[in-house]
Design a protein. Structure first.
Length: 241
């Protein structure tokens, strides 16, 4: 997958894209990044990319002529999606991440200031937000989207089962995980995880996923397609906590 990122602050991506799984994906040729500095497309000697909003008001707005020139310089490719990261976009969810992972090319446009001139919207395929809050710009949301999508690409995460067990990949939050030491300050690893009984371990993990979802994100259960044994597990949770 190729990912182009249009930004006013290209240096912000140097660290995050060269560490951990993203660095390994780059080294394997599973991902490639092209970071584009929007200011390079400004025509004046000061490389001005913003101006005051028509109608007055606080803040600055990114200029459409500069942003559009930067975007059009990339052209259109096969299986290509252009995304504008901004607070008014649709929420980034795991199903959306899974959908985006099927594209060969993603272009991410990072908003800044009070946003980009509204005429940009006809040049993008969709707008995406990572939450109901406002950040300084779209750079951090772009990094979040890149990391989430990269995990879904075959070969990026060594064990595919690790991705499939993530919270939100299915309908439930992930179960609790433990490792050594077995006893930490008097708090011990649940005995079932030490038993070697894989059927009981799977049952415990499913129950813990149901429990965490029920108490922390109950709205997720509305879309749950329950397994045959889930009713018994839910009754145990409601009876014993």
């Amino acid at each position: 997958m190729r990912i182009d990122v249009l930004t006013l602050f290209p240096e912000m991506f140097q660290g995050p894209l060269n560490e951990s799984l993203l660095k390994k994906a780059l080294d394997k040729g599973l991902l490639s990044f092209n970071i584009v500095n929007i200011r390079d497309f400004a025509s004046d000697k000061h490389k001005t990319a913003d101006d005051t909003p028509y109608g007055g008001g606080a803040g600055m707005v990114m200029k459409i002529d500069v942003a559009a020139k930067a975007l059009k310089s990339l052209g259109r490719r096969e299986k290509h999606r252009i995304i504008y990261l901004c607070p008014t976009g649709l929420p980034l969810t795991q199903p959306k991440v899974n959908e985006l992972a099927n594209f060969q090319n993603l272009t991410l446009v990072c908003g800044h200031y009070e946003g980009i001139d509204a005429r940009l919207e006809r040049l993008v395929d969709e707008k995406i937000s990572i939450g109901d809050y406002v950040l300084t710009g779209g750079e951090i949301p772009a990094m979040v989207l890149i990391d989430a999508v990269a995990r879904q690409l075959p070969g990026v995460v060594k064990e595919a089962a690790s991705v499939e067990n993530d919270s939100f990949y299915g309908e439930l939050l992930d179960y609790l995980a433990y490792t050594k030491p077995e006893d930490f300050e008097g708090e011990k690893v649940p005995e079932v995880l030490l038993s070697g009984n894989h059927a009981q371990i799977e049952r415990w993990r499913r129950k813990e996923a149901l429990r965490r979802t029920f108490y922390q994100r109950p709205e997720l259960l509305a879309s749950l397609e329950p397994r045959a044994a889930d009713k018994e597990l839910i009754n145990e949770i409601l009876t014993n906590g």
